[in-house]
Structure formats: structure tokens, C-alpha cells
Write a new protein. Sequence first.
Length: 435
Amino acid sequence: MEKIPLEGLDATLYKETFENGFSIYMIPFSDKKNYSLVYATKFGSDILEFDMPGKKTRRKVPSGIAHFLEHKMFEQEDGKDPFTFYGETGTDANAATDHEYTKYICSGTKNFKENFRFLLQYVNAPYFTDENVEKEKGIIEEELNMYLDIPEFVLENKIRENLYQKHPRRIDVGGTVEDISKITKEDLYDCYHTFYQPNNMFALLVGNFSTEEALQIAREEIANRPNQNSKLPVGRNYHEPVEVTKKEETIYMNVKVPKVLFAVKFLRKKFPMRDKHMQNLYLQLITSVLFGSSSLFREEARKNGLMSGLYYGWEEVEDTISLIFQVDTKKPAELLIELQKTLSNIKITEEDMERYKKVWIANEVRLIDYVDATSDNVFTDIISYGDAITNRISLIRKMNKNDLEKVIHQFHLEHTASITVLPKEEQDAKESLDS
């Protein structure tokens, strides 16, 4: 078992990889009362085509199948409901599917051994029938329709439709109602037996627990599980282009305050450093200095009545990387101009950079005190970079003005997509005038 100090933090990462490829990551804290357990597969909504073990033809599946599969893993052949099992000991249980993963979670303060063992057991025991699959379709359809009433959810999907041309990222994680209706138990088993395999899965444990007990349970439950395929499963490469599908669009929704969604799409290879993690550190620094809570942009925009809320983030799809904004604003046109002006004329001084680095490092140190935050950070590393990043503070310290300027030099607004969202009553008034 590897024992790796988390540099600059009062914590240690323990890691063990079994012969079948399964990895378990553990960060124990004797001074904490709670723990967080995650059991995950690197299978999310982005994978709709893949090679199956022993099959010559490529397998295609309906959109939303990773999310559907997540739902069905909570139905056990013996009738034991995981939510009931965990609820009896006051343990929280949940699951989540995203574009690149599906994870099953439980967190609590007691019954660690029983809870961890059951987590591994129920996720390793699929039970799909024609009847329970059909029943689930109605449940998921209701869930999808419920989200259609939430503007932020709809707009998040809409900007991706306009941003991407070929990649399944343009489809909602939950899929479409039409595709959900096509899912069969055979589809679910094919996905499960391809992606829910030891060499494509990992466990992440953070908090108050014994590493020896955790490792023993993992060995008993997973170490001897054979892989259906010795090779890691991979999805199709869609060769997503840097050009967007639609550059501008105005839509009307039930919102009180207009919204602007704006995205800029780049080719990753255009950035100077090849290391993906270092690229992302510089991109995070740039956007945080420009648009963070204490940024000049926010201060000026609020003073001029340009916005009441700003959210942003980076998203990676194949060889592209996109910066996506969502802003609540009563002046959409003016806000878009200011946003693009800021991105077209980036000026970050060395003093700005060093000040932000100090705040960033302080936040890294502070977050290690929180079990869930630590788990989320390490989980993101494993999904994004293939392993936990244990020297992030050192990497932040090494960031320099010369490399920063090289990254800034690549901020060209050639490939953008924007959506302006106006209140539905404005459309009604406009149609009334036109008639």
C-alpha cells in the first residue's frame, strides 16, 4: 500500500491497486467524527458507443443510459433497499451521474465497516428485469419533465447544444424521453458488464475510519473479481471541432430577471503547456482574478446595475475546452459587451497573481478540515487526471508570470456561443403588438 503525504497539508493519502486494476484511495482523519465513502465507475452520459468484450461490432446505446443504470442499481434481487439499509443507522446515501462518471455515496458517523461492505456489495449486484426496467421509465420521465420547469437546468443544456456539434455532451445527462423509452434490460447489462468492472472503478474514503479495516473489506469484496475485459473500456472519439453550432440565440422563459449565457470554446493544444493539470491551474487563476468575488469586473458590473449574479466554469470535451458563464442581468446586451471586452483585454499583474496564489493556498489548507470538500477535490482529480494530485500547493507556488502570459495570449474570442434569456411576458407583449 502506498503512503503519500498531501504536500503542505496535515493529511496522508493511502492507495492500493489490486491485480485486477481496482484502486482504493483512503485519507483517514482521527480527529473527525464523520466519514464519506464513494464507489465510482468511469462511465457517464458521454459514452453512447463503445466496444464490448468479445464483440466485433461497436455497441450503441440510447442517451441517458448511465443515469438509468444508476437508478436501477438501487433495486436488489433480495428486495433489500439500500436507502432503507443506510437509513436504519442514520447514514446518508445517494448517487450521481455526470458526463464522465457515476458514483455511489454514503456518509455517516458510525457502522463504517457494515456500510462500506454493503456499498461494495449492492453496486456489484445488478438486478434488471423487463418489469422493473419498464417501471423505471415512468419515474425517470417524470424526473426529466420536472427539470424542464427549472430555467437554470434548461439553459445549461441549451448552451451545450449550441456549443458542441458532434459530442454527446450536447445531450442532457438524463437523456431524452424518447431515448429513455427504448432502454432494455439487455442494454443495461451490456453497459454494466463493460464499465462496472474493477479496472474501470475505484473507491475513495475520507474521514474517521481504519485503513486496515477498509483495505480488508475491499480485498474480500473486490480483489478477486475478474474483469470481463482485460483492456480498459473506451467510448468513441467524436473529433469535436472547435467551431460552435450556433453563435447567438434569444429565447423566452419564465424568469423574473433576464439571463445571459456566454461560452468561449478553445482548442486545448493551443495552450503552451502540455500538462493538463497545469493548464487548468492557469485557467482557474485567470478566471478567478477576472471574475471572482473580489474582482474589478464584479465590482463595476454591480455598481453599473449590469448584474445580480454571476456563475462560471470550465468544461473539457475531447480536444476542446470551454469557458461557460451564466449571468443574471437586466441589461443583457451591455453585459455581453463588457464580458467580451474583459476577455479580449486580459491584464493580470504579477502582484495580482501572487496575491491570488496566497489566497488559493490558504483555501487548500482550509478545505482539508472538511471531509466532504476533501473527498470532492480528490474525486475530481481522479476523474480529470487519472489519479489524486498530492502536490497541488507546490504546483501553485511554481506558477509564474511568463507562463501566465503565454496562456493569456491564447484567449481569442473566435468561437463563442451566447444565449439571451428574456421573461416570457416580453414575448407575449411583442406578439400582441405584432398582431
